[in-house]
Every structure is written in C-alpha cells, then in structure tokens.
Design a protein around this ligand. Structure first.
Ligand code: ZN
Length: 319
C-alpha cells in the first residue's frame, strides 16, 4: 500500500513537467495498473480470522461426523453466495475403529468453471479424532484451529478475491476429507486426496490440472514457511515459483530454504494423479495434535500473508 502511493506520487510529479494532460492521465493509469498487478487485492486478516473462529465454534470436524456435515453446509452456502460452483465428490470408506461403512466427501469449489486448463488449491477439512500428542489429555477434544481450520478459513477468505482475478488458468479449491481419519498408527492417512487422485487418473475429467498448491497449518501466530522437502522433490519448479512470488509480495515469513519432509495430501496428487503439487506448511507449531491447537494460537495476519502470496502467485502462474 505504502509503495503503491509513493509510485503514483513520483510518476505524477514527473508528469507535471510534461506538457499535455493526456500524458499525465496515461502515467497515472499505468501506475495504477502496475500497482494492481503487483499487489493484487489484499486478503482481509480480520475476516479470515473470523472464519477460523466460526469453523472452530462447530467443534470437532471428524470425517463422517455431524460436525463435518455442519462445516460442509457452511462452506456450500459461503461459496455459492460468492458465485462459485460447488460439488461434492463422495467416497466410501470403512470406519477405522468400528469397521462399519462411512460416507465421506471431498468438496470441489470451481471458479471460471469453463476453463479446461486449471490449477488446484487444496486443504484438508477434517480434524484428527484425538489430540494424541497432548501431554495430559490424549482423549480430549481436538479443535484443529491450525491443523484443519486454518486452510479452510484461508480458502473462504480467498473466495472474496478470486473472481476479480484474471488468472491464466481456471481455479478449483479442493477440500479433502479424511486426511487424518486415524485412531491408531496403523490407520491410513490421505483417504480423500487418494480417492481424488485415483479418480482423476482413472476417469480423466474434461479439464487438466497444471499445478496444485496445498495449504496446511498456515495459521500459526509465529508464521515461518520453509520449502517442504517432498514438494522440492516432486514439484521443484512450482515450489520455487511460489517462493519467488512471496518475495515479490514482500512476505518475509516465506523462507526459501528446505526444512521438514512432510507426508501430506500432496503425496497422492504428485504420485498418483501426477499433478505437480507443493505443500505450504509451517511445521514448527508447538501445539500440533494437542488440545491447545486453538484460535488463540493462530492469527488472521498469518492467514492474510499466505493469502497475499497465493494471490500474487495466481497472477504470475508459470506455463
Ligand atoms: Zn494433523
């Protein structure tokens, strides 16, 4: 914001020396256009945080639970009101504890739905059944403010900005179910993203995903996002392009160095669907899988920063 005004001011000053008003108008217009492509629309930190709180007020959002259903209703309403096309992609799994069949669903929110070349922006929207890394209450309530709600809240906020963008590709927000529908260490992770990836490979849709970006645990009050090692392995060019956009957007919390190798929903997207996908994740979160993964340990400013990087990246998407 500060830079933008300065640029316009200095251009106007130079233009005043020139003779015609046409020149002045052209200069101002150019400056405004440059400013709008460089900075894009800014995500609203307070609104993003309100979304995070709203999601957490539902309580637990375990796959197949009433809380998950309430969250799905909330998201359908939210994105339809913003003019997106919303679809559920059902999947059936066996309950890891009870052995009974459970119906789950990924949610796909499409912007510019007629574009056949698309990019995917994903997060998981289920919460882990228990906070099993908690020191005292391993069977307590796991709210997943960062590990679950942060990605969802950011996508809800970005929903306000996508239609105004003119991205090179159509954009799909994908909410994966059952990222961690796990009760014991032998239970399978990533059921939703694996289903999505198999489906994409075995019944190819009329469109093609050029890239994918996954966000997970990006609400930490003390945000630092390093390059995740599996992202560098499977999608190096894409990963570098995101950090370059972060640099241009002036978001210093994105550090262009590798740290952490994370198993996440991007693995099936890369290995099964062959969509180059990187994971934006701040894995240095003190409250990971504990009862303290609460809104008070997250911040709207962090969500907005990641949002700024993504909006910048959408405008600069590589070929
Ligand atoms: Zn988790």
């Amino acid at each position: 914001m500060h830079t933008r005004r300065a640029a316009i001011r200095s251009l106007s000053r130079r233009s005043r020396k020139a003779s015609g008003t046409i020149l002045l108008t052209a200069a101002v217009l150019t400056a405004l256009l440059a400013a709008s492509t460089t900075h894009g629309a800014a995500p609203d930190a307070r609104r993003a945080f309100r979304y995070l709180e709203q999601i957490c007020r539902i309580g637990k959002r375990i796959s197949g639970s009433p809380g998950m259903e309430r969250q799905q209703q909330l998201l359908i309403q939210h994105f339809e009101a913003l003019g997106a096309q919303v679809k559920l992609q059902p999947l059936r799994v066996t309950h890891p504890l009870r052995g009974t069949p459970v119906r789950l669903a990924n949610m796909i929110v499409s912007w510019h739905p007629t574009s056949r070349e698309r990019v995917l922006l994903a997060c998981h929207y289920d919460t882990r059944p228990y906070p099993d890394r908690d020191r005292f209450r391993r069977r307590g309530v796991f709210l997943g403010a960062n590990d679950g709600a942060s990605g969802v809240a950011l996508l809800m906020e970005l929903g306000h900005h996508i239609r105004a963008l003119k991205p090179r590709y159509g954009i799909d927000f994908v909410f994966f179910d059952a990222e961690e529908f796990v009760y014991s260490s032998s239970d399978k992770y990533f059921l939703g993203s694996e289903h999505f990836s198999r489906n994409y490979k075995e019944q190819p849709p009329g469109h093609r995903y050029r890239f994918g970006v996954l966000v997970d645990m990006i609400g930490d009050k003390r945000l630092t996002v390093y390059q995740e090692k599996n992202s560098l392995k499977y999608a190096p060019a894409l990963t570098h392009s995101v950090w370059q956009s972060a640099k241009r957007a002036g978001v210093r919390e994105f550090v262009a160095k590798p740290k952490h190798e994370v198993q996440d929903d991007h693995i099936p997207l890369n290995t099964i669907a062959h969509i180059p996908t990187c994971d934006l994740i701040d894995f240095d979160y003190l409250y990971w899988h504990t009862t303290k993964d609460l809104p008070r340990n997250c911040s709207g400013a962090s969500l907005a920063k990641v949002g700024r990087v993504l909006l910048q990246w959408f405008e600069e998407m590589p070929d």
